[in-house]
Design a protein around this ligand. Structure first.
Ligand SMILES: [Zn+2]
Ligand SMILES: [Zn+2]
Length: 260
């Protein structure tokens, strides 16, 4: 490569960029969730698109669970669990149902280096949460604990926030919330155990309190399962002076799917 760079009078970085551009020009972009060629980066092929369960209205206005009919949620348009044990956030929306196809988007975003997934997923989240984003003063991610940030290198919710901020033209305060302590993994825990695990585990960063005071916040996370983490973050934001909190997630885990 140095010889080639020298031959063309280019720096290494410039040469790498030129080769990369050449490859992108020659190879068609791939579907987000399979190997099929697509028209543009970040798209899905028609088969994967059809297999993706986008959450649309009618759905629960608070947790994004899709309804089978407009009558299902009653006048309040809320599911039974949200009616019986109302979450502290005002409204909530999800882009996708968290099924096997959604996992093919979320898991690489969470554990891999597929950060381009964030841009694609955020596009769908912006559609699902259009009304919430329109009324938002600021967008805030669920934070990762520092040691998890070290092993994962980036916070997937913050990535989604930055893409959403760009699409919706809203400011992002990526470090608004901090974890006050490390929490054990929520995987395999019941709703009650999850709530106990993350209760009080978040707080507004003291230096961000003035920035959030009286603001309408959209809290962003990748997946909503029992809502334990989102609840704890919302309580922290409201205690920290936010006027109200709405929730926007990439995918909604449906209890029938989890329990079956
Ligand atoms: Zn595909
Ligand atoms: Zn609900």
């Amino acid at each position: 490569m140095p010889d080639l760079a020298a031959a063309f009078g280019l720096g290494r970085a410039a040469l790498r960029h030129a080769l990369r551009w050449g490859l992108d020009a020659v190879l068609p972009p791939q579907c987000l969730t399979c190997d099929m060629a697509v028209q543009a980066p970040g798209q899905m092929c028609s088969a994967c698109f059809r297999a993706t369960e986008f959450v649309t209205e009618p759905c629960c206005q608070q947790c994004g669970t899709p309804f089978s009919s407009a009558q299902q949620g009653g006048v309040a348009k809320r599911c039974d669990p949200c009616t019986q044990d109302s979450p502290p956030w005002r409204q909530g929306r999800a882009a996708l149902r968290y099924d096997n196809q959604a996992r093919r988007i979320i898991l690489p975003l969470k554990h891999g280096d597929r950060v381009e997934m964030a841009r694609a997923l955020a596009t769908h989240m912006a559609r699902a949460g259009a009304t919430l984003l329109r009324e938002a003063d600021v967008i805030v991610p669920v934070p990762l604990h520092r040691w998890r940030l070290l092993t994962r290198r980036y916070n997937q919710s913050a990535l989604l926030c930055h893409e959403l901020g760009r699409i919706a033209g809203r400011p992002v305060v990526a470090d608004a919330l901090v974890r006050t302590r490390a929490t054990a993994s929520l995987a395999g825990k019941t709703k009650r155990q999850r709530a106990q695990t993350v209760s009080g585990a978040f707080a507004v960063r003291p230096t961000r309190q003035a920035r959030l005071a009286g603001q309408r916040v959209v809290l962003v996370d990748d997946v909503l399962t029992t809502g334990a983490t989102a609840t704890s973050c919302t309580v922290a934001l409201l205690a920290g002076g936010a006027a109200r909190v709405d929730l926007l997630v990439g995918a909604r885990a449906i209890f029938d799917d989890i329990l079956s």
